[in-house]
Write a protein that binds this ligand. Structure first.
Ligand code: SF4
Length: 88
């Protein structure tokens, strides 16, 4: 994982820009790996089921930053495990 993009500054930036739309180049779907819930710190609402899939304890009211991740290719930090990809 790129440490520069997994920083407090990057998280604040993602949060501020989360009011903008998700890139049309994003394809795929969430596979519940939970890795985006650890950026920059592990979210206290991140939980795991017995099959090791993650879920959010406040899913219905989760913030925009979480709803839209990964919003753009430049904000994408979890490509190793994420089910989303960006078309070039
Ligand atoms: S990193 Fe991607 S696949 Fe994993 S929980 Fe976040 S959006 Fe879902």
């Amino acid at each position: 994982m790129n440490n520069k993009r997994n920083s407090l500054f990057a998280k604040i930036k993602r949060t501020l820009f989360s009011i903008l739309p998700v890139s049309q180049k994003r394809k795929g779907e969430c596979v519940d790996c939970g890795e985006c819930c650890k950026l920059f710190n592990v979210c206290p609402f991140l939980k795991y089921k017995s099959d090791n899939k993650s879920y959010c304890a406040i899913y219905k009211i989760r913030p925009l930053n979480c709803r839209k991740y990964p919003r753009t290719a430049s904000e994408f930090v979890t490509s190793d495990t994420c089910g989303y990809k960006f078309k070039l």
